[in-house]
Write a protein that binds this ligand. Structure first.
Ligand SMILES: [Zn+2]
Length: 250
């Protein structure tokens, strides 16, 4: 289950300074601090607080949430069936195996005195395991190959984040084009491992592949060239940043 994040993590995740302050106070006082109280402490009006993007969080409405959940699973009928299947498999066999053969054992069972049955307590972990570990194993398969390709062209693999790779290459269009072509072969390969996904056989064996996006630029930030729609002091301006890679017609 998702654990409550630490104060440091919670503050790092929250860009709004007023919300950061609220998080900090609630942590220190160990109780909820209403926005009205925070506005009072800061000496500003609650309406100003709301204009700053803070205050009057809509109270959680369980009826709306339930309707939303039902509509979601109504639209993705296979998903509900897949989830039931995975939970059933994990609770009966107490083990799940991902398409790469990676195994996770489950020990979360609790005796229900009233029903006189064992209850499975790791539903969320079971549901997360196959997709999360599969992406992890795909990336691990790719990593040495991406590294070797970057090195082959005189570059370097700098970092990887979840499902993306960042490489540095010599600033030569032909080199970038060749690297792009090689990377497409690696990243958009067919994955025969995926023919059996958590015990479910997929419809088109050997045909599972992932489309990839490539961007190139001279710095790590998203590229942005200002237009007449931008403000005079547009903070996004970054003409040397990352833009979608354009393949030249052969
Ligand atoms: Zn701009």
């Amino acid at each position: 289950m998702a654990k409550k994040p630490s104060l440091k993590t919670a503050l790092e995740r929250e860009p709004n300074p007023f919300r950061q302050l609220k998080i900090y106070l609630e942590h220190e006082l160990d109780k909820p601090v209403p926005w009205t109280r925070l506005a009072e402490l800061l000496g500003i009006s609650p309406s100003r607080m709301r204009r700053l993007g803070c205050g009057s969080e809509r109270p959680f409405n369980p009826i709306t949430a339930e309707r939303w959940r039902l509509a979601y699973f109504g639209k993705w009928k296979q998903l509900a069936r897949y989830q039931d299947f995975i939970v059933d498999l994990a609770s009966k066999r107490r083990v799940l195996t991902n398409p790469f053969g990676r195994v996770l054992r489950f020990y979360g069972f609790k005796w229900n005195k009233n029903k006189k049955t064992m209850e499975f307590t790791e539903r969320e972990e079971a549901l997360a395991f196959t997709p999360a570990s599969t992406v992890g194993d795909m990336v691990k398969w790719m990593l040495p190959r991406v590294n070797a390709t970057a090195t082959k062209y005189g570059g370097e693999l700098l970092t990887t984040t979840h499902d993306s790779f960042l490489s540095m290459l010599p600033d030569i269009p032909e080199v970038v084009a060749s690297y792009h072509a090689d990377m497409k072969v690696i990243l958009e390969r067919e994955w025969p491992e995926m023919d059996s996904m958590g015990g479910i056989t997929i419809a088109l064996p050997g045909k599972f592949r992932c489309r990839t996006d490539f961007t190139t630029g001279y710095n790590w930030r998203k590229g942005h060239i200002c237009t007449t729609d931008c403000k005079a002091d547009c903070v996004l301006v970054n003409p040397r940043g990352q833009f979608d890679y354009q393949e030249k017609a052969a």
